[in-house]
Design a protein around this ligand. Sequence first.
Ligand code: UT7
Length: 323
Amino acid sequence: MLGLLAMAHLLQRRAGHPGSRILSVASYRPRTEVGNESVAALIDSSDEWIRRRCGIESRRRAAPDEDLVMMATAAASKALAGAGVDPADVSAVLVATMSHRGRATTAAPLVAEALGATGAAAMDLGAACAGFPYALATADALVRSGAAGHVVLVGAERMTDIIDERDRGTAFLFGDGAGAVVVGPAQTCEIGPVVWGADGSGSELLRYDEAGILRMAGPEVFRWATAIVPDAAGRALQAAGISAADLAAFVPHQANLRIISATAKSLGLGSHVQVATDITTNGNTGAASIPQAMAALPDTTGPALLVGFGAGLSYAAQVVTLP
Ligand code: UT7
């Protein structure tokens, strides 16, 4: 005991920062746009059913040359240029993903190498469709503690690799792509306190089968989401010390337009609040959906409420200041 106490005196603490902020947002969308008709043909569905049940009109599908690392690097590289941060000055690269396949165990070191972020720590973060706000809370903590200076955070998914195109419950829903932000030190807190949680008893509702294909109990996940998303959103507003009226934007995970609309209604969002509906032309891109939807917001600055939710079951929400 005495030894431990004595040792504690030898450890120095890194100087941190009062706050952190998002410096830039960027997105990579695969070249190929796929409409509902061709997806519906394989699952005995229709354009009308897909639009009505989830609001999707089209999604992007990655071509063979658009692998996950390539898409993540493209989004991250654009975000770094937007922030004016040199890759050599990045101290951590975080990749939130649930669809990284291939020989490398983690995607982040490959993304860091492709970016030229040679001095950066690099790790993947697995919290499925809640991955982006989970990773954002991690980046905020790293910067405030002094463990990192600038952090590149990418949500990237190649859902095509983990979806069965003949599965009626998922084939129409998911798309491919990447979204990235650069997080850096700030004098004030521009990334609000995270409200997060998980319920492993629901892990079977979204799971990989023996072949590594994602299977979803859609209606059950829908019911959970419509309860947890408004609750987490309300608690994140409270934790940040603001009200729904103060928001400039609401950017939830783009899982289903009906979940987005129901949450916006339950929060009583005024018409001045930009509600992200990127799902209509992008589908559900898992951990990439929030940064991609942020990048698609038309000229919006000010406070934005982010909420991620999905497999785990996991959720996370926080208020951020848009760059
Ligand atoms: O990103 C991670 C988090 N994920 C989510 O939050 C997704 C949550 N779930 C959902 O968004 C919805 O459950 C879906 C969009 C996936 C499905 O919509 P739904 O309204 O829950 O459909 P359902 O499975 O309850 O099926 C309704 C009806 C059924 O027919 P009956 O029994 O009412 O005659 C299904 O057989 O629609 C039928 N159906 C389909 N019809 C055409 C189910 N899938 C399809 C389909 N095309 N693909």
